[in-house]
Design a protein around this ligand. Structure first.
Ligand SMILES: Cc1cc2nc3c(=O)[nH]c(=O)nc-3n(C[C@H](O)[C@H](O)[C@H](O)COP(=O)(O)OP(=O)(O)OC[C@H]3O[C@@H](n4cnc5c(N)ncnc54)[C@H](O)[C@@H]3O)c2cc1C
Length: 372
């Protein structure tokens, strides 16, 4: 039976407190969280956001935001990427064959299998038109995917990949299933998100299924990427809130010249400024979720939400480490981890500059001639 929102929120909180929070330092040091965490989260119906119906699950932005924030507040953005980003992949897959979607969704929300988005290539990040992966049709009609994808979260242990390639000279979206003989992964080590394996994946003639129509990659990804960008804004806000609390508390305990640190106006004003940025960011993201419910969220709004939230987090991470002094530079403290993780958010899901392109063009659209 489907959970009510209150039941879902209580379960999400309890699961994160019980199964995740205390393990973050160990998983960060080991470079991965255990795969069976997906099964455990599935047992609590959290991977399906407490819904039985997949369309309701994908449409429930409120629960998705809550789940992401709880996972992030556990102390690492890696957990949010690991246990909540399947919603973005499934949003893209929803445009494909209904039976395939249902089969894959069932295996993913039951924690049996992992699905990831694998778009980026060594030569194509922001500019997906530069993708060099190719799909070919064999004599028996089957489609086969060849190419290299890079910086893929959970790539080394994913079972399904939503990925893009040129097929019949058009950029199209595909579902590829891992097979040992066609899929090879190499680990990469990034600046942050230590608890999440990131990989380079080489596909050689891997069986592929077209999602949507030939040439529809951009159209389908637009919706999925909008969801990803809002997710990253939620993660930014949740991280900023955690480190503000951490550094704020530190400033009340750390004594300088016989008084708590926060009594220095320079420190108190830093905290006030960060708090202001966070509140504004939270309010804007909330407005975006409201618009999403009413189905009139624009690409520009999504990009503004991501850019503002990420910039607020980057500044907060920098300042919170500073407020904590050398103690903030210690490895595996919350502020140190968040300082490293924050950098990734301004690149992943579309970089700050790409967001600005969309925002700027949106604003100028009425004035730009068609030929521009
Ligand atoms: C930890 C991590 C996890 C990731 N996980 C995934 C994943 O699971 N799946 C996936 O597909 N990808 C993933 N990525 C890749 C991510 O989506 C890309 O890093 C991002 O799209 C940017 O591409 P790029 O790194 O190739 O940078 P580039 O596109 O080469 O950009 C380099 C710089 O140039 C700037 N730039 C590019 N174009 C313009 C422009 N038109 N105008 C002005 N400036 C521009 C960019 O903003 C950036 O600062 C991940 C990345 C990281 C670091």
């Amino acid at each position: 039976m489907a959970m009510t929102i209150t039941e879902f929120q209580a379960s999400a909180r309890e699961f994160v407190a019980e199964a995740i929070t205390q393990n973050i330092p160990q998983w960060e040091q080991e470079g991965t969280y255990p795969l069976d965490l997906h099964n455990r989260a599935a047992d609590w119906k959290l991977l399906q956001l407490g819904h039985d119906d997949y369309d309701q699950m994908l449409a429930d932005a409120e629960r998705q935001a809550f789940w992401l924030a709880e996972l992030t507040r556990a102390g690492s953005q890696a957990m949010a990427m690991g246990l909540a980003s399947h919603m973005v992949s499934l949003t893209a897959l929803r445009h494909g064959n209904q039976q395939v979607f249902e089969d894959v969704a069932e295996q993913v929300v039951s924690g049996e299998k992992l699905i990831v988005m694998a778009l980026t290539e060594p030569g194509a990040g922001s500019d997906l038109r530069a993708i060099s992966s190719r799909v070919e049709q064999h004599c028996d009609g089957s489609l086969h995917f060849s190419g290299e994808k890079k910086f893929i979260c959970n790539g080394s242990r994913a079972d399904f990949f939503i990925t893009a390639a040129y097929y019949q000279n058009e950029l199209s979206l595909f579902l590829v299933e891992r097979e040992p003989e066609t899929t090879h992964a190499d680990d990469l080590h990034c600046i942050g998100w230590y608890g999440l394996p990131v990989s380079s994946i080489t596909f050689t003639n891997a069986r592929a299924a077209l999602i949507g129509e030939v040439g529809e990659a951009a159209k389908i990804l637009r919706k999925a990427l909008a969801k990803e960008r809002l997710n990253l804004a939620v993660m930014s806000n949740a991280s900023a809130k955690s480190i503000l609390e951490y550094a704020g508390k530190y400033s009340t305990e750390r004594m300088v010249q016989g008084k708590p640190l926060y009594k220095k106006q320079a420190i108190l004003h830093k905290i006030a400024t960060m708090s202001t940025q966070l509140k504004v960011s939270e309010a804007y993201v909330e407005k975006c979720f409201q618009a999403l419910k009413e189905r009139d969220l624009t690409d520009e709004e999504t990009c503004i939400a991501k850019n503002f939230a990420v910039a607020a987090l980057e500044e907060a991470a920098n300042q919170c480490v500073h407020i904590c002094g050398a103690a903030g530079c210690l490895q595996h403290t919350l502020v140190e981890r968040t300082y490293r993780d924050a950098k990734i958010l301004s690149l992943g899901g579309g970089s700050t500059e790409i967001m600005n392109e969309i925002i700027g063009r949106g604003l100028l659209r009425p004035f730009i001639k068609m030929k521009d």
